[in-house]
Design a binder for this molecule. Structure first.
Ligand code: SP5
Ligand code: ZN
Length: 358
């Protein structure tokens, strides 16, 4: 399988996130992607290439150009205005109620203010190299798509930072640009067919759902921790089925606390059935491994073997498949879990011998 990877991800190196009123060590760190790269490199079934540049247009077909402009200049503007912190966090969020009945929001004149217009949580700091890394992740995703359109049955984009929480006009959840949505949008344009997205990250991909919620030509299917208990809390409910022309093209499959392999596969089959009944020849997978039983911030009970079976069942759809990396935070096993998933997809055997004993 051809893997697209860029070393630029390393320039997004946040140190902290804010949780329960404290700065804690960031979970979404460069070592995640390095763990994946090492595991795939040690398996002769994968070949690596760097992305080609695709420019800004595929991004602004999905995201508000003003958000792209903010992200592009935020670090420069932060430093040149005399700020000295090496991570940018919002301190004030422009919830709709703040200006309720008082007319439109005016864009603040400082990054400190403006970041509260674009960022929706306290876990997604921007640092000096964030923008370059986020742009490279989009290029990784689009290059993986190009290879698939060129005839590869399946390709993998080792995207970092991830993307599925980023909505049209909002970033957060460790995500800046929605890599999977940008690829899905390009696929609809380049194939002229409908496109399905299967999101198996533990967290609901609120950004992807929002971007395509009113559209009939992109099916979004997500398995995730029930938003009644799990981040991002405000989206991912089973009764969210799409709006207007998109009615019926959104399927949320919330999962219970402690969900087992067996329960998980039963939910997966419902998602795959919906995809099989939807048109088009291509599939985008948002691959999060934070469903793992040992993930430090999630609460399901999946084990490594199930990732092989999930990959096998996705392959059985028989669609050209672009797999893009999202979350997964138990770093010692992240690379092997991703490798196991991709070997299931490409018809390789299950091999647990390289799983570190930690
Ligand atoms: C791409 C992705 O997986 N983003 C996930 C973003 C999660 N953000 C933090 C959620 C806070 C959960 N805190 C749980 C603490 C458990 N000790
Ligand atoms: Zn996640």
């Amino acid at each position: 399988m051809r893997v697209v990877h860029s070393p630029r991800h390393r320039s997004h190196d946040p140190k902290h996130e804010l949780a329960d009123g404290e700065a804690i060590d960031a979970y979404e760190v460069p070592e995640r992607a390095e763990s994946i790269r090492r595991s795939l490199a040690a398996d002769g079934a994968f070949t690596f290439e760097e992305p080609t540049e695709h420019g800004a247009e595929p991004i602004t077909l999905v995201h508000d150009p003003a958000m792209l402009a903010f992200l592009e200049t935020a670090w420069h503007d932060w430093v040149s205005s005399g700020e000295t912190a090496d991570e940018i966090f919002p301190d004030t969020f422009v919830l709709p109620a703040l200006r309720e009945g008082m007319g439109p929001v005016r864009a603040p004149g400082t990054v400190r203010g403006a970041v509260g217009m674009w960022c929706f949580d306290t876990a997604t700091p921007m640092v000096e190299g964030t923008y370059a890394a986020a742009r490279a992740a989009v290029d990784v995703a689009l290059t993986a798509m190009d290879l698939a359109l060129g005839g590869e049955p399946s390709t993998y984009g080792l995207c970092r930072p991830p993307g599925h929480h980023a909505a049209r006009a909002m970033f957060g959840g460790y995500c800046f640009f929605n890599n999977a949505a940008i690829v899905a949008e390009q696929l609809t344009r380049q194939t002229g067919e409908p496109v399905a997205i299967l999101d198996v990250d533990y967290h609901h991909g609120n950004g992807t759902q929002q971007i395509f919620y009113g559209r009939a030509d992109v099916l979004y299917v997500s398995l995730h921790g029930d938003p009644d208990r799990a981040y991002p809390y405000f989206a991912g409910f089973a009764d969210e089925t799409g709006a207007d022309a998109g009615e019926g093209a959104n399927l949320n499959l919330p999962l219970p606390l402690g969900c087992s392999n067996e329960e998980y596969l039963a939910h997966l089959d419902r998602g795959l059935e919906a995809i099989a009944g939807f048109g088009g020849s291509t599939l985008v997978v948002s691959l999060g491994i934070d469903t793992y039983g040992r993930d430090p911030i999630c609460d399901l009970a999946l084990t490594t073997e199930v990732y092989h079976e999930v990959g096998r069942r996705v392959a059985a759809l028989g669609r050209t498949t672009v797999v893009l990396q999202e979350g997964g935070y138990f770093v010692p096993h992240l690379g092997e879990n991703v490798r196991t998933w991709l070997r299931g997809l490409d018809g390789g055997g299950l091999d647990l011998s390289a799983l570190p004993d930690v």
